[in-house]
Design a protein around this ligand. Sequence first.
Ligand code: BV8
Ligand code: ZN
Length: 243
Amino acid sequence: MEKIKLAAEIINKSEFTVVLTGAGVSAESGIPTFRGPDGLWKKYSPHQLATYEAFLKNPNLVWEWYSWRREKIKAAEPNPAHISIARLERIKEKFYLITQNIDGLHKRAGSQKVIEFHGNIWKEKCISCDFKRESYEIYKDELPKCPNCGNLLRPDVVWFGEPIDHDILQISFDLVEEADCVLVVGTSAVVYPFAGLIEFSIKSQKKVIEVNLEPTPFSDLCYISIQGKAGEILPQILNYIVR
Ligand code: BV8
Ligand code: ZN
């Protein structure tokens, strides 16, 4: 309990709070994480499927995987971790959320100041022209084609080996630079450049508070590291946040 009170005290004193999240924040909504045993889909690891090469080689397989995830996400609800972060946004005057998650559950929980660092699973773009759209389709056999040029549409997410949008990268590092408190929730912190935001926060002596079921490469370097379920820990922290 002491760590929870201390974490709340730091957030209460914080002039500018930034929250960084990963798949662990959606685990209690039934969304498989990447690393956990449930991260595997049909023997494929996410790293094998979340690449442009994999898509060109077998677009049906990759779309089958994203359709499977769309179905899970459609059936899911934001959990108390998402809701706590949305509440914190309404309490803290200067606040921002940067997530690796493409599931859109933060926004469904009411978060507005959100950067989707790796894109959103409900967005699609053409592999050759600049056509983009939002779609809630679950593709079975027929794959989505571009109404402009007829080429394949792909999920508008960032795949391994692909750069993060330059503006998103710049704004995200600027936000972390301005923050005095960084709350890191449910990420294994191994995928870059997102993990670079955590590294930068620690190096520039921000008050970094980590909430994770397990230790991560940064746990010992954080100001506070709280081990537990985000859906249980974050509501407890919110209980001590002054409105
Ligand atoms: C790029 C979108 C270059 C798609 C994703 C530096 C060092 C080493 C490697 C690299 C480097 N720089 C770049 C690389 C390569 C690579 C990378 O980082 N590889 C890793 C594996 C080593 N990075 C890239 O390829 C990036 N692009 O570098 O481009 C470039 C530059 C210029 C020009 C050309 C090219 C792009 C990376 C983005 C890939 N896309 N997602 C999709 O989702 O389908 S990454 C994807 O995996 C997620 O978005 C997320 O980022 C990552 C998974 O991590 P987590 O979200 O943390 O999930 P995970 O399952 O791992 O962990 C869950 C955690 O939650 C655990 O710690 C668990 O304990 C905890 N937990 C579980 N339940 C709970 C909980 N915690 C609390 N409560 C619970 N209930
Ligand atoms: Zn097109």
